[in-house]
Design a protein. Structure first.
Length: 282
């Protein structure tokens, strides 16, 4: 099963998506399941994991409702008020929804030290009684903080989104590469191979420019702890959906068939506990 382990869906609203600025005009529209499915067919993708784009309980419920009506979306990584005293009760309700596979907070927008906060860490500790994954959304300069955070929860499954957003446009490998190797030493962390072209020059990136970053991720995590995702529709700022999967296939070509299958779907299926889609996806 080939899995797009990271994409978004939304009904565009300027107030709710205020992070979409004038440089991102192409994103100022609805991106819904029919459009995603058209792209999936062209790229030969079987199933997906939908990820939150807004920090609201309402969006999480909408994504779950959408997933439950379709065999295409096999999992949802939603948002919940993890640092709130009411989080345990909220979590109990969310865990009644089997398509919920994980939670995420937009840490990249938070001040330094956010992941060191006791309230947030207390909330993460509540996940121990569930099978939920926590997706880490950070920028490269936050990797050391994220590593401390992971060390506080050695039994929690973490997924590092977008290879921690290195400064590809500036052609900077360090200190990202060193910090990435350090967090990769924690066996409970998996890495998403996604979000790379949008960290490069949107109109000027090249495949050779991305290769050192791919090679670093592969060396640090190995095929058994890497999953591929598109980050659609944010991806469309810099790249076509099918092209992204063709680029990935080129990078993966030297690997064994088993290793390629792990990165293209096996790891996401295992980490997010995904079920295979029906033969007739709706």
């Amino acid at each position: 099963m080939r899995v797009d382990a990271h994409h978004h869906l939304w009904r565009y609203d300027a107030a709710e998506f205020d992070w979409i600025d004038d440089s991102m005009q192409v994103l100022r529209q609805d991106f819904l399941l029919p459009a995603l499915k058209r792209n999936m067919v062209l790229a030969d993708i079987d199933a997906t994991v939908a990820v939150q784009a807004r920090q609201t309980p309402e969006e999480t419920l909408w994504l779950l409702d959408t997933a439950e009506r379709s065999s295409t979306i096999r999992g949802v990584v939603g948002w919940a008020p993890i640092a709130s005293p009411k989080f345990p009760a909220h979590l109990r309700e969310l865990c009644q929804r089997p398509r919920l596979k994980g939670l995420r907070h937009v840490v990249q927008a938070e001040p330094p030290g956010f992941l060191d906060g006791d309230a947030f860490n207390d909330g993460i500790a509540c996940l121990a009684s569930t099978h939920l994954v926590y997706d880490i959304l950070i920028q490269s300069h936050q990797l050391a903080e994220a590593t401390r955070f992971v060390d506080r929860h050695p039994n929690q499954s973490f997924v590092l989104d977008h290879i921690a957003k290195p400064r590809i446009a500036a052609l900077e490998l360090e200190p990202w590469a060193t910090d990435l190797r350090e967090i990769a030493r924690r066996g409970n962390v998996t890495c998403k191979l996604s979000g790379m072209v949008t960290e490069a020059g949107w109109d000027s990136w090249t495949v050779p420019q991305l290769v050192p970053y791919f090679d670093t991720v592969l060396e640090a995590f190995g095929p058994a702890r890497i999953m591929a995702g598109s980050d659609w529709p944010v991806l469309t700022l810099a790249c076509d959906y099918s092209l992204w999967w063709k680029i990935l296939a080129g990078w993966l070509a030297p690997l064994s068939a088993t290793e390629r299958a792990e990165i293209e779907g096996g790891v996401a299926t295992k980490i997010y506990r995904l079920e295979a889609p029906d033969k007739d996806p709706r």
